[in-house]
Design a protein around this ligand. Structure first.
Ligand code: PBG
Ligand code: ZN
Length: 328
């Protein structure tokens, strides 16, 4: 530094009160979205092996969980469903009495003050675990988009507050917007998984949602991990099609993408700290190799510093408790 000793950056670091005063980024519970996995049955609470502290819940237990989430001051949950029956066409995804549709109705009637976001995709519901209809080994785009619009409509009819398509088919945001609007749901926002990478970090989620593909992978629709300009094109087209909130996923390994998306479009931007990011921090924490709480807060702060306005994170409850403990 040229003007040392006049300039001393450490002056603002000696006292914790000063450090608090100059801090640029603060986590807020307002920004947390907690992912939950719903399964058929009664009184089910089954921990996901690769995700300590995360459970598959039947609707009765889901309600209890949502009450706790809301009482912690977390404003939103996002729901993933594991259906009773999977078939080639993922029929339960768009069944008005499917697992998600029933779960949304139950939460909306029993839990106050909680936004219910629904993930829209086919992979949890298809027998082959792919995100859409197949023709041979190809995932069909336009035929899948029709079903995603149908799925979204049943979610809205059940009372979902925000619809979140995670499939990465082309044109799905426009189709969902059109279907919602034609059916009187013009006030329901769409949070699109706009830049979703074909990532190794989704491994534990596929245990939780029982949605691993039976053959092949998701590279024909999810993005190549090496591409950034393409992410901007993906986000731009979702905005043009009517997305209200755009998401980057995963979060931690893609902070550069979050920053570029936020700077370029200035849209409400969400980031998904995915299952693998959570699992790595949990596992190293359990082994005593890192300080789990510290790294949790550091990872979330980094995502916010990069430009995310809100995050989907399996740490939402832990981080909310941390905020209660550490903030005036
Ligand atoms: C469904 C979907 C996935 C995730 C969210 N929605 C899995 C996938 O694309 O295979 C991943 C979330 C996580 O890893 O926490 N399309
Ligand atoms: Zn999918």
């Amino acid at each position: 530094m040229a003007n040392f000793p006049i300039k001393r950056l450490r002056r603002l670091r000696y006292n914790p009160l000063i450090r608090d005063m100059v801090r640029e980024t603060e986590l807020s519970k307002n920004d947390f979205i907690y992912p939950l996995f719903v399964v058929p049955g009664d009184n089910v609470k089954k921990e996901v092996k690769s995700m300590p502290g995360v459970y598959q819940l039947s609707i009765d237990n889901l309600i209890k969980e949502c009450k706790e989430v809301s009482s912690l001051g977390i404003p939103a949950v996002i729901l993933f469903g594991i259906p009773k029956h999977k078939d080639e066409k993922g029929s339960e995804a768009y069944d008005p009495d499917g697992i998600i549709q029933r779960a949304v109705r139950a939460i909306k009637s029993e839990v106050k003050n909680l936004l219910v976001i629904t993930d829209v995709c086919m992979c949890e519901y298809t027998s082959h675990g792919h995100c859409g209809l197949l023709k041979g080994e190809e995932i069909l785009n336009d035929e899948t988009v029709e079903l995603l619009a149908k799925e979204s409509l049943t979610h809205a009819q059940a009372g979902a507050d925000i619809i979140a398509p995670s499939d990465m088919m082309d044109g799905r945001v426009a189709a969902i917007r059109k279907t919602l609007d034609e059916n009187g749901f013009e006030k329901i926002p769409i949070m699109s998984y706009a830049a979703k990478y074909s990532s190794g970090y989704y491994g534990p989620f596929r245990d939780a949602a029982e949605s691993a593909p039976a053959f092949g992978d998701r590279r024909s629709h999810q993005m190549d991990i090496a591409n950034a300009y393409e992410a901007l094109r993906e986000v731009e087209s979702d905005i043009e099609e009517g997305a209200d909130i755009v998401m980057v996923k995963p979060a931690g390994p893609y902070l550069d993408i979050i920053r570029r998306v936020k700077d370029k479009f200035g849209m409400p931007t969400a980031a998904y700290q995915v299952s693998g990011e959570y699992a790595m921090i949990k596992a190293a924490g359990k082994n005593g190799w890192i300080d789990e709480e510290r790294v949790m807060i550091e990872s979330l702060t980094a995502i916010k510093r990069a430009g995310a306005d809100m995050f989907l994170t399996y740490f939402a409850k832990d981080a909310a408790r941390w905020i209660d403990k550490n903030r005036k």
